[in-house]
Design a protein around this ligand. Structure first.
Ligand code: NI
Length: 167
């Protein structure tokens, strides 16, 4: 297992669109293990492969308090959604920034698991937010891009300044 470096906004690689996996082989299972280890170590509640510069449709999520329930979504698709919720979000690629984003309250997701089998999952509340946030990453969208232009400019300037200080 290995900890993977996490790309930081505004890294242009965060805007790449991830490719479909289709065949879940040992290399994908290794990627999932490394991503899970990276997410737990951060610590975070979700990580998309895009954030570790692997542009494949793979997501890991664990929203439980005791980190006991790893959810792996490969080639996820939202097949149904309803309702609306506004939740304060953060992102491992945008450290120290938290802001409110409107998302669907419920999503039904179809995905492949690490066994390559298709399954469907109903997600509500925080889990639904997390699924939508991570699926945005696979499309090259970072959560701050749901905020106003002014906020995005401020966040970009703040993170570029931090990167210069820590470089
Ligand atoms: Ni994120």
């Amino acid at each position: 297992m290995a900890l993977l470096p996490i790309l930081r906004y505004p890294d242009p690689r965060l805007h790449k669109k991830a490719a479909t996996v289709s065949v879940v082989d040992d290399s994908i299972r290794q990627l999932v293990r490394d991503m899970a280890e990276t997410m737990y170590a951060a610590p975070g509640i979700g990580l998309a492969a895009t954030q570790v510069d692997v542009h494949k449709r793979v997501i890991v999520i664990d929203v439980t308090e005791d980190k006991s329930s790893l959810l792996v979504l490969i080639d996820p698709e939202i097949v149904d959604r309803d309702g609306e919720q506004v939740c304060e979000e953060g992102c491992l690629s945008v450290p120290g920034i938290f802001d409110k984003v409107a998302r669907s309250e419920h999503v039904r997701v179809r995905a492949l698991g690490t066994d390559g089998e298709s399954f469907e999952l109903d997600a509500n509340g925080l889990l639904a937010v997390c699924v939508q946030h991570e699926m945005d990453h696979l499309e090259g969208i970072v959560f701050v891009e749901h905020l106003s232009r002014l906020k995005q400019t401020r966040i970009r300037a703040k993170l570029e300044k931090q990167a210069r200080i820590t470089a």
